[in-house]
Design a protein around this ligand. Structure first.
Ligand SMILES: Cc1cc2nc3c(=O)[nH]c(=O)nc-3n(C[C@H](O)[C@H](O)[C@H](O)COP(=O)(O)OP(=O)(O)OC[C@H]3O[C@@H](n4cnc5c(N)ncnc54)[C@H](O)[C@@H]3O)c2cc1C
Length: 478
């Protein structure tokens, strides 16, 4: 026997928090919504764990970073859920799901039934054991996915001031943790098999900028090899890291950030899976019409790149959460999810943002020896991706909007010459349904750029040369 709800959100992370707020905004009734989470606390902004949480002074602690403060919205504490009649079932895992019967069985033995289920189970950190290395349980080996991991990482850092850490992995978690370790005065060596850090997103040129900065802060890089084993002391603590290239590093602590795996296990054999996640349509609905999926666990059609993707980023979790509630509560008013991929990171005093897709030719701009530079990706004559380090709020908004508009790029050299100015110029135009193309002649004749043809698909084309000519003459503020 157990409780029954109209809506159940399975998982209590970022997406769950943002979905809860949206449910309330859309007028969910008291008692209709339940969130089940195996974490002991109400949903929080997970990115804080590798940033503010790890600071040596004035570190962020709950309740300060409960969702939805990351999007400058309300901070949803347990009290908030109570006041809004939302059942928050914390510290409780779901051990099985039956999508035909619409029931979930919890670790406490309760069967919770739903009319509509939103799967927001996120992902878990990959363990070294999955790559044939033992030692994850050692007292000084840390992962970072949830608040328990973050507390442990802080304790281990504080146990070895001035000590040596090896960070395994050169992705998001590795880079952000390495920066935090340095700020905590711990000596850091990063080890990863790729040629450069952030291999999935950065080009080697962009990566080089960050690696050089890290080196200037004392970080040592060992690339092109992997961990093969640990040495332990009599207490089971790791004392050395042995690498496949034959070298050995003495350590006081190890941080492992080698990727994540989406939590789909409960639904294997019940829902269609794709790209490692639960496949959903543009309304974020799975192969079972009563089950939706959002956040890291969802593989959804990303119109901007023309394929189904699973994204592992907080902005996607927040926006898919808002969208799913609209799709469920206002289906007639809700269009298909149209998401522009957005990734960001803040490390030391650096801060970058990336929008779109990193395919095609890369055009760099700005001063890579200074503090502001960026890159565009151009594929099939369209701008499809943009990266910027050290931009202002307005400049980040500009690259986002320009990427969304997918302007035609005919001349890469001219794009390079214009640099950030190109995105700013494009973004200053009124937004219409993407994709937009702007014809050079429209610019030269100063016709209104957005004299839209009513017919869908009629597109205006722009060349960068046109922009250069036009804006070179008309505007002198760059
Ligand atoms: C340390 C860290 C730093 C990050 N920094 C950034 C960043 O700077 N920029 C960025 O874009 N992204 C960042 N991310 C990624 C971002 O946090 C995730 O994309 C986001 O949290 C995904 O939200 P989600 O709700 O899908 O999953 P999660 O936030 O992971 O939430 C999933 C929830 O489901 C629960 N759960 C899973 N299975 C069950 C079950 N069977 N029963 C009950 N509960 C279950 C989990 O315990 C968890 O509470 C970071 C991630 C981490 C870990």
């Amino acid at each position: 026997m157990g409780r029954a709800f109209v809506y159940v959100i399975l998982g209590g992370g970022v997406a769950a928090g943002y979905a809860a707020l949206e449910f309330v905004k859309k007028g969910v009734s008291h008692g209709e919504l339940c969130i089940i989470s195996d974490e002991p606390v109400a949903p929080y902004e997970r990115p804080a764990l590798s940033k503010g949480f790890l600071l040596p002074e004035a570190a962020a602690r709950l309740p300060s970073f409960h969702t939805c403060v990351g999007a400058n919205e309300e901070r949803l504490t347990s009290k908030w859920y109570k006041e809004h009649g939302i059942e928050l079932v914390l510290g409780t895992g779901v051990k099985s799901a039956d999508v035909k019967r619409k029931t979930l069985l919890t670790t406490t033995g309760e069967t919770i039934s739903y009319k509509i289920l939103i799967v927001a189970t996120g992902a878990r950190a990959l363990k070294l054991e999955e790559f044939g290395v033992t030692g994850s349980d050692a007292g000084n080996v840390c992962y970072l996915r949830d608040i328990a991991d973050a507390n442990r990482l802080v304790d281990v850092m504080q146990s070895c001031p001035g000590g040596n850490a090896v960070v395994i992995g050169g992705g998001y978690i590795g880079m952000e943790c390495a920066a935090s370790l340095v700020i905590n005065k711990i000596n850091v060596t990063m080890v990863f098999p790729e040629e450069h850090c952030m291999g999935r997103l950065f080009t080697s040129k962009i990566a080089n900028y960050y690696e050089e900065y890290y080196k200037s802060r004392g970080v040592n890089f060992i690339k092109g090899t992997v961990l093969s084993s640990f040495d332990f002391d009599s207490n089971g603590k790791v004392t050395a890291v042995n690498l496949r290239d034959g070298s050995t590093l003495s350590v006081d602590m190890v941080v492992v950030g080698i990727g994540i795996r989406p939590n789909t296990g409960l639904f294997e054999g019940q829902l269609t899976l794709e790209k490692g996640g639960i496949k959903v349509n543009g309304m974020l609905q799975s192969s079972n019409s009563s089950v939706y999926a959002i956040g890291d666990v969802a593989a959804f059609p990303v119109k901007a790149v023309g394929e189904t993707r699973r994204l592992e980023h907080v902005d996607s979790a927040r926006k898919s959460a808002r969208h799913v509630v609209s799709a469920i509560m206002e289906p007639n008013k809700t269009r298909e999810f149209d998401y522009l991929p957005f990734f960001y990171s803040r490390i030391f005093t650096l801060s970058w943002q990336f929008y779109g897709d990193n395919v095609g030719e890369v055009v760099y701009y700005g001063d890579m020896s200074g503090s502001t530079f960026g890159a565009y990706w151009v594929s099939k004559d369209h701008l499809v991706g943009a990266f910027l380090e050290g931009g202002t709020k307005e400049e980040y908004e500009a690259i986002a909007k320009a990427t969304r508009l997918r302007p035609v790029i005919e001349d890469l050299t001219e794009l390079e010459r214009q640099g950030l100015r190109f995105a700013v110029t494009v973004s200053e135009k009124p937004m219409a349904s993407p994709p937009i193309e702007v014809r050079a002649s429209d610019l030269l004749l100063e016709k209104p750029l957005y004299a839209w043809h009513a017919t869908a698909g009629v597109i205006i084309a722009a060349s960068i040369a046109g922009f250069a000519y036009f804006y070179g003459k008309k505007r002198h503020r760059w």
